[in-house]
Design a protein around this ligand. Structure first.
Ligand code: ADP
Ligand code: MN
Ligand code: MN
Ligand code: MN
Length: 337
């Protein structure tokens, strides 16, 4: 007999930004397979997901990987259901309409490594400011790159768990980094982002470093904010072979700016200013290779005869990838092609 430690992970009901929660279940002789996992319950009154009088919510396992950091451990991403078994209103994953995995998503998750004592990013000297941004992006060396130990440990943990990380890089501000995760299937892309976020939070604990997911943690100062660019495609875009198809899909986004911004992360007006490689939150634009546009058409798309993917640059670092994907899919499906 062997005993496994199953970490059931879910998203709480806090608004406007949901946080990760988790608890451990000890299970005998677990096969490692999703279909052998049982539902579990938790106290929804402690997570803003249920009233105290009828507090039980259900955890439905949807994605499981080996826990790279715990002996006999597994990480179990879950959807939250109400006690009657229906999807809870906080459950963005259940709103994704992509059952045939036609949609592929690549998210570029940016974040800050944060010193909880000074309440500043790693690399900020106590009581002052580092030199202006410029040398930090993709940097090497102790005067420009901060927290690499954590970033490397996180990359190894993700790869060991089987998460499809495609790359990492140091970002424009000090202590700011990015990882990219790609998956064929919108739900799976969201699952992997959330488990990768979970691993980063937990590794940070060990170093006494917090992860700051806010999209503009340095406020109005002249420092970049954090995004979570959503790169997406479906069969239509991957095989389009015509500029008209790309134009039609991009135009479908124009009348629904508000609906998209509503799920692209809290406080995004602080980040989408038209500066720092962003478009204004009030505008909609798209263009080939344009990093000041709402949606960028990668330069490879026309180069490959107008087939490939699009990058929505507006989602921010704290957005829920499930809700972002659900909204993008809805809009792409509405395109008049
Ligand atoms: P940049 O920083 O130049 O915007 P990155 O290399 O950081 O670009 O990220 C590009 C993302 O696009 C990656 O996550 C990659 O997986 C994703 N991607 C590439 N091809 C596709 C595709 N066909 N459909 C969806 N996403 C894609
Ligand atoms: Mn990138
Ligand atoms: Mn980036
Ligand atoms: Mn990008």
């Amino acid at each position: 007999m062997s005993l496994s430690k199953l970490e059931y992970i879910w998203l709480d009901g806090y608004k406007p930004t949901q946080s990760l929660r988790s608890k451990t279940k000890i299970v005998k002789d677990f096969s490692g397979k999703l279909e052998d996992l049982e539902q579990w319950s938790f106290d929804g009154s402690s997570t803003e997901q249920a009233p105290g009088g009828s507090s039980d919510c259900l955890l439905k396992p949807v994605y499981v990987v080996k826990d790279p950091q715990r002996k006999n451990g597994y990480l179990v991403m879950c959807e939250v259901l109400s006690a009657d078994g229906s999807a809870h209103e906080s459950n963005g994953r259940a709103t994704i309409e992509d059952d045939d995995n036609d949609f592929w998503f690549g998210f570029e998750q940016e974040y800050f490594l944060w010193n909880p004592e000074t309440n500043k990013p790693l690399g900020f000297p106590a009581g002052g400011y580092p030199g202006p941004q410029g040398p930090y992006y993709c940097s090497v060396g102790a005067s420009n790159a901060y927290g690499r130990e954590i970033v490397e440990e996180h990359l190894d943990a993700c790869l060991e768990a089987g998460i499809n990380v495609e790359g990492i890089n140091a970002e424009v501000a000090t202590g700011q980094w990015e990882f990219q995760i790609f998956s064929k299937g919108a739900k799976q892309a969201g699952d992997q982002i959330w488990v990768a976020r979970y691993l980063l939070e937990r590794i940070g604990e060990k170093y006494g470093v917090a992860i700051n997911w806010h999209c503009k943690p340095l406020g109005a100062l002249d420092w970049n904010g954090s995004g979570m660019h959503a790169n997406f495609s479906n069969g239509l875009l991957r095989t389009a072979g015509s500029k008209a198809t790309f134009d039609a899909v991009c135009e479908a986004f124009r009348p629904v700016v508000k609906e998209h911004i509503a799920v692209y992360g809290a406080d995004n007006e602080l980040r989408l200013t038209g500066k720092h490689e962003t478009a204004s939150i009030h505008d909609f634009s798209y263009g080939v290779s344009d990093r000041g546009a709402s949606i960028r058409i990668p330069v490879l798309v026309p180069a490959k005869g107008w087939s490939g993917y699009l990058e929505d640059r507006r989602p921010n670092s704290a957005a829920d990838p499930y809700k972002v994907a659900a909204r993008i899919i809805k809009t792409v499906k509405s395109a008049k092609v």
